[in-house]
Design a protein around this ligand. Sequence first.
Ligand SMILES: Nc1ncnc2c1ncn2[C@@H]1O[C@H](COP(=O)(O)OP(=O)(O)OP(=O)(O)O)[C@@H](O)[C@H]1O
Length: 297
Amino acid sequence: MKRGGRIDRARIIAEAAARISQELDAAAIMVSGDLSFEGIETGGIPVYYISMRPKSIIDHLVATGKEGKSPAKELSDQLNREASGNVDHLQHAAAIEYVLEGPKSGTIVGVVETRGSSSIIVHSLDENPLIKAMKECEERVRPEVMNAVLKIAFDIALTGREGKKIGAAFIVGDSEEVLKRSHQIILNPYEGHEEACRNVLDRKNWESIKEFAQLDGVFVIDETGIVHAAGRYLDVDGKNIEIEKGLGGRHVSAAAISRDTVAIAVTVSESGGVLRVYKDAKETICMESLQPATRYI
Ligand SMILES: Nc1ncnc2c1ncn2[C@@H]1O[C@H](COP(=O)(O)OP(=O)(O)OP(=O)(O)O)[C@@H](O)[C@H]1O
């Protein structure tokens, strides 16, 4: 197709993505970058605009390779890095939408635009490693509880509190054992309150949870979603815990309590707003806080 003598590349890409998604009966099209679907028939398949790929990853891609590499090898390495970065970005965005009422299963057709290139990616949500890890947590904690805690954690990671970044940790499930292995560092703000005011499944309680997230210590939540405590210090042995370098007491203790009990630990780091999930002492999820998608159709 030509427009003003120039091939309208963006439209060709969008039409191709729409065609592929219809032929595969995709659950959604997810677009990262500036690509319009106006006037393009998708057969009722929704189009989500996801956040752009973080610039740091793109910059990393264009870094030149080691000296002595042949130009062909250098180009193929760069393309591989770019492709895996795009897939990673789509997987992240799709997992966030999975938590936030987006498509739960099936195929996603992703279009990721970076500087000079456009990629169409066909992604299966059932094979998404982040979603798989979330489902594994749901074997121990009720799915709706896991979902509510992740939503609250994403919100804290993304917006902080009163413009200030904050960190937090939620220890979910096996609460009796978690309480045995911890103590209050401040008065427990949930002590003596009715269960209705302590349930994470009720959105009305989310504001106070986010408020208490500013306090030192962790939240202890049972598998049905009742918050038993906030401001709790975990008395755990952080030795032999292998977690990412640079992380401190919050993450070490979260990983350790997930080793000593069958609880799931969800953390938000104060420094980078990164959400992590620990299960059986291992980090099973690590996600940058991306802006939620906006749905176009
Ligand atoms: N054992 C623990 N139990 C509960 N909370 C803890 C524990 N250790 C540290 N914290 C909490 O974590 C906060 C941050 O500690 P630290 O900076 O060492 O952790 P971090 O893992 O680097 O977290 P962040 O990336 O959010 O800074 C402390 O102020 C404290 O509230």
